[in-house]
Design a protein around this ligand. Structure first.
Ligand code: ACO
Length: 401
């Protein structure tokens, strides 16, 4: 707590909490995390149960509406999302403005922000119906936008959505299918992908969600707010960690090199960190990493493939969890540690990993944004600062400096 009166004679006390390690920025009924115990609940339901028995569409409904849907409600929701999967033809042309080697997250920031220019009919954020349709549009279009970013990067024509498929099956087809050729969705891969979406759907006030809330607190339109969330998610300390984790595991290459990387991670003169390890909130095993590790095996079995990088990951985890440095600092694998191994087995290049995270997190972002805007007490977010610059002084003309 800082008495700013000491600085400039202003009155009032501020809490000084860099990185917001102990500041709650809002109240929320969506997601509960007990980091010490490794517990994650969405609207009260444990993430392990949702990942095992639910679907991404059902979890999306739950996050947006507060309760699990009955069969009719789920059918209606899926039908509504399906109706909004298409991209406006002019938005498709927007892609041509990007270099072919642009990172998919760069394209997603631009394209999602540009949605604001296409949906003037739903940007009155005080109207719950407008908020609802914007939310549905965002959730529905993200797979089309992400798949199109991938197709653009490899020089293939974009695929139109096939709305007879599931949300996740449609995304896989738009990513890996080729126009005029049959694409068969492999059920086990569809299930694994859907589960990965569930595991990334929401995670309370992480950096990107806080960004969406802060952007939205000014009354900005939802498409602009989600674009801001995507920009924040891109960083390697947040959503970019899944890409960085797989790159690191590939760089390690063989188990005999693990000690060298563990030593580097412990060396305070080396900026290197074990990617996919550690978490601001979890001081125990991230429950999402448990599900991810299991899903690796399921996907390998379904595709009849294997990847030596999985062995490296398992042995790295074991070594780290027996090392006093990681034990004392309570550093465990997080959701990103194993997800890259699965996504790579499915066929995604590493540059797409964070785009998939953004696709799934969109539901959490819009649910959090809706929750904030519906709160009658909502105010613009405006943190203060601890000023460390010079005291007041007089301007000196340039010739006298
Ligand atoms: N490897 C080695 N040391 C680590 C690691 C790591 N992965 N993570 C934290 N530490 C150490 C820090 O050096 C620090 O040590 P010190 O106390 O001796 O200075 C201590 O653990 C605490 O670390 P902080 O950076 O203060 O923890 P913070 O809560 O700010 O950061 C973060 C959390 C960013 C996730 C961090 O653990 C990290 O950089 N991990 C690697 C990147 C990563 O996997 N990010 C994904 C997060 S999950 C998500 O976004 C979905």
């Amino acid at each position: 707590v800082v008495d700013i009166g000491k600085l400039y004679g202003q009155s009032g006390m501020f809490t000084y909490d860099p990185g917001f390690t102990s500041t709650a920025s809002c109240d929320s009924g969506l997601t509960f995390i007990d980091g010490e115990e490794g517990v994650l609940l969405h609207r009260g339901y444990p993430i392990g149960q949702l990942a095992e028995d639910s679907s991404f569409m059902e979890v999306s409904y739950l996050l947006l509406n507060g309760e699990l849907p009955n069969k009719t409600e789920l059918d209606d929701f899926e039908f509504t999302i399906t109706r909004h999967t298409m991209l406006h033809d002019q938005l498709r042309q927007f892609y041509q403005g990007f270099r072919r080697d642009a990172h998919p997250m760069a394209i997603m920031c631009g394209v999602v922000g540009a949605l604001s220019a296409f949906y003037h009919d739903s940007t009155d954020i005080s109207d719950p119906d407008h908020r609802k349709i914007s939310s549905h549009r965002l959730i529905a279009k993200m797979p089309t936008i992400a798949a199109a970013a991938y197709k653009y990067s490899i020089g293939q024509p974009m695929m139109q959505p096939d709305n007879s498929l599931s949300y996740t099956g449609n995304f896989l087809r738009m990513t890996f299918g080729v126009p005029a050729e049959e694409y068969e969705v492999i059920p086990a891969v569809e299930k694994a992908m859907d589960r990965i979406f569930i595991l990334h759907a929401d995670h309370e006030q992480n950096a990107s969600t806080s960004t969406v809330r802060l952007a939205g607190s000014s009354g900005a339109n939802p498409f602009a707010c989600i674009a801001a969330g995507i920009a924040c998610l891109w960083g390697p300390a947040h959503g970019g960690a899944n890409e960085a984790a797989l790159n690191m595991l590939r760089e390690i290459g063989t188990p005999d090199r693990i000690p060298e990387y563990i030593a580097r991670a412990k060396n305070k003169d080396d900026p290197f960190r074990l990617m996919g390890f550690g978490h601001r909130v979890y001081k125990n095993y991230d429950p999402r990493a448990t599900v991810m590790q299991k899903t690796v095996r399921e996907v390998f079995d379904a595709l009849k493939v294997t990847d030596p990088v999985f062995d490296v990951a398992l042995q790295l985890e074991e070594m780290a969890l027996n090392d006093p440095y990681f034990v004392d600092k309570k550093l465990f694998p997080n959701v990103d540690f194993y997800s890259g191994v699965i996504l790579s087995a499915i066929g995604f290049p590493t540059e797409m990993f964070t785009a998939l995270f953004a696709l799934a997190r969109t539901v959490g972002w819009v649910a959090q944004w809706n929750e904030m805007i519906s709160d009658p007490g909502q105010r613009i977010g405006r943190p203060r600062q601890l000023y460390t610059g010079p005291a007041q002084r007089d301007y000196v003309p340039i010739g006298q400096r």
